[in-house]
Write a protein that binds this ligand. Structure first.
Ligand code: FEO
Ligand code: CA
Ligand code: CA
Length: 631
């Protein structure tokens, strides 16, 4: 979600750019050569080196822009796969902006597509031509969806009940079957896997918080069932092929007086009532915590969904902790246990990982069904000298004891933030995606920005006060084992415009178009090269985009802009097909921003039809010659 904070950039002591420069000149000296030959020696290839310096990428960079359309390099093509309002389920109406209702929206593609995941069809297939695509629908820009509701974020607070019902049905997620013919992708009509999940879909609660007193409501006296998920930002998958979808800013949806909530410790730590962004509490009691004080405790979780079984009841896996979850990406530890990396995307919040108690079973999918219910949740402390320590959040291990307000593991996971406070975890600059790289075994932590960090609050891993542009931290787990409780870290890039914003760190050959701001979702191609999507480019006067860089060799940390998004939108969900020949992106909230409304949006992307609003959409990018993306 775009963050509207303000501030100016500060400075930093850490100098990865200088380190890279030294490393480069060492290699130059070693080979007695600059450019082509040195790059070829490190795997760059002579032809590529001529085009893009030390980078292994050969595409022509897209310039920094900020306009109503999208941009890709000339050799590439964009296809619109599916837009908000397109039919998903049988009987769905075609999108008609004049005829939206909760009932029509419930069968159509939701709003603000964010995370994208690909699950091969049939299960285990490696042809790469048919997938189940899972999509999160994070939130709604009601001022752009609904006619006559006015401008701004506060438009949502003006929603009447039928409009609130549209919003609720536009949240959650979609499962789509997609197929490739040549370079063209289509959504398969009438697929038996097609599914919509929204703010009212019945779900099960599992793990340590299930059945706890803090999870009980008048509609669910057992504390084991809940309706819906919302503000699902990024996500991930499991090795057994389920979808993990992450509830982020859930507190925006609940109204009430936070100062009167019966659990003041919990209410304060999770900001209940501080920012109410939706009118749902006016029409539905469960969204008013004055009436249902425990309902907010049932949100802010990782939700597991099996995309191969449309009848499967989604499960909230409470062992993984409750906070403003961005994503949940796994690695397999040396002994086969599954390690899920997670970030709490708020200013001064923490980085977490969860390690399952048991190894996963690759030969029996059903045996992994409840694997995420048992294990250890850890929070990260980033020390001076490049050491990271993972601190276990275990009830009855000091300080998480009854004297400190933790009567059980349920208390620990429901108030994971306070557990992290007591363990003195490192407050970060808004942790977004945290993703392990399967090629080099390292973990990349995207930190979006934090303009409110004061000079006296900087720490080694967050070295800039008023960090408007964010940075990326690279972690190397000890002995390459993701279950290890220690590792090392360094700052991979510090974003912003070199020469204009203070404290930026990139490869020195980064071009005037290659710098970025506010890293959010990241992914890797099959070579393990890093792709970085951004959220909030307008803070630096540029459109959001997608940037590519090497993580090893001469081109390490040399970011290059591959895609620029239409005005007001954020780039989410970057995902490659296993052959690297298609890149899917979720273009979220086109036209968001001051003064932009349904009637007069700042862009009408992607349809550009008079009178029609912009529509969040999933796009497929291919290379015109059919080659791998970025080649
Ligand atoms: Fe929804 Fe953290 O971005
Ligand atoms: Ca974001
Ligand atoms: Ca995000």
């Amino acid at each position: 979600m775009v963050d509207e904070d303000e501030g100016v950039s500060g400075s930093t002591e850490i100098s990865i750019g200088e380190l890279i420069e030294r490393r480069l000149s060492r290699r130059g000296a070693l080979f007695g050569l600059a450019g082509t030959a040195a790059a070829a020696a490190f795997g760059g290839g002579a032809a590529q080196a001529q085009k893009s310096g030390p980078s292994s990428f050969a595409f022509t960079e897209v310039p920094h822009v900020n306009d109503p359309i999208h941009h890709v390099p000339d050799a590439y093509e964009v296809q619109i796969l599916i837009r908000w309002g397109d039919p998903v389920l049988p009987g769905a109406a075609a999108y008609d902006p004049a005829k939206q209702s909760g009932a029509t929206q419930a069968l159509q593609f939701g709003y603000n597509n964010d995370f994208l995941g690909l699950h091969p069809l049939p299960t285990g297939s490696t042809t790469g031509d048919r997938f189940l695509m899972v999509v999160n629908h994070e939130y709604t820009n009601s001022n752009l969806m609904l006619a006559g509701i006015g401008e701004g974020r506060e438009a949502r607070l003006r929603a009447d009940q039928p409009q609130a019902e549209i919003e609720m049905a536009a949240h959650g997620g979609s499962v789509l079957e997609i197929a490739r013919e040549g370079r063209r992708w289509k959504v398969v009509d009438g697929s038996r896997y097609a599914r919509r999940i929204d703010a009212n879909t019945p779900m099960r609660i599992a793990g340590p918080a299930a059945g706890d007193a803090k999870m009980k409501t008048s509609a669910d006296p057992a504390g084991t069932r809940v309706l819906g998920m919302f503000n699902n930002c990024a996500g991930g998958e499991t090795p057994w092929g389920t979808w993990l979808t992450c509830e982020e800013n859930f507190y925006f949806y609940f109204s009430g007086d936070g100062t009167k909530h019966p659990d003041q410790v919990l209410a304060k730590r999770y900001g209940l009532g501080r920012t109410v962004a939706y009118a749902w509490g006016k029409y539905f009691d469960r969204f008013n915590f004055d009436k249902e004080p425990n309902e907010p405790n049932r949100f802010g979780w990782i939700v597991e969904i099996d995309p191969y079984d449309p009848q499967w009841t989604p499960v909230k896996r409470t062992a993984l902790g409750r906070f403003a979850h961005e994503g949940c990406h796994y690695a397999v530890a040396k002994d086969g246990r599954v390690v899920c990396y997670m970030g709490d995307d708020s200013r001064m919040e923490y980085v977490y990982k969860f390690v399952t108690a048991k190894a996963w079973n690759p030969s029996d999918r059903a045996a992994n069904r409840d694997l995420l219910d048992e294990g250890t949740l850890y929070v990260a402390r980033f020390d001076e000298g490049g050491k990271v320590v993972w601190l276990p959040l275990i009830h009855d291990q000091a300080p998480l004891t009854a004297e400190n307000g933790f009567a059980s593991q349920a208390d620990v996971v429901i108030n994971a933030r306070r557990a992290g406070d007591l363990l003195k975890a490192t407050p970060m600059d808004r942790p977004e995606d945290i993703e392990p790289n399967r090629v080099n075994g390292r973990v990349y932590v995207a930190l979006s920005n934090n303009s409110t960090r004061k000079p006296e609050e900087v720490n080694p891993a967050n070295p800039r006060a008023k960090n408007e542009h964010g940075h990326i931290v690279e972690i190397a787990p000890k002995d390459g084992d993701h279950a290890a409780t220690e590792g090392t870290w360094e700052i991979f890039i510090a974003a912003g415009q070199p020469g204009t914003h203070e404290g930026t760190k990139y490869h020195p050959a980064t071009s005037a178009d290659g710098w970025l701001t506010c890293p959010d979702n990241v992914t890797f191609d099959s070579k393990g090269r890093l792709w970085i999507a951004t959220d909030s480019g307008e803070i630096a006067g540029i459109a959001d985009g997608l940037y590519a860089c090497d993580v090893a060799g001469e081109g390490r940390a040399l970011t290059r802009q591959f895609f620029a998004a239409p005005k007001g939108s954020e780039v989410c969900g970057p995902t490659f097909t296993p052959d690297d020949r298609t890149l899917f992106l979720a273009i979220q909230h086109p036209g968001e921003g001051q003064g932009s409304t349904f009637e007069t949006p700042s862009t009408r992307w992607p349809d550009f039809k008079d009178g029609a609003p912009p529509r969040p959409a999933v796009i497929a990018i291919t290379k015109k010659d059919g080659g791998p993306i970025g080649s």
